[in-house]
Design a protein around this ligand. Structure first.
Ligand SMILES: [Zn+2]
Length: 53
């Protein structure tokens, strides 16, 4: 409906990428390059990398 809707994030109708770990839909659009993680897995990855080394 609204053509002048300025969106900085993915549009609602764009399919979301799957999380590469648990296959849950992420916040990212499928057009996003690289690895996509859902918020939960992203958090877990952050914890893991934070604890290593
Ligand atoms: Zn996940």
């Amino acid at each position: 409906m609204s053509e002048v809707n300025e969106v900085t994030e993915a549009p609602e109708d764009e399919p979301r990428a799957e999380c590469v770990l648990c296959r849950e839909p992420t916040e990212y659009p499928q057009s996003r390059p690289g690895i996509t993680l859902c918020p939960r897995c992203e958090w877990q990855e952050a914890q893991r990398t934070a604890c290593s080394g």
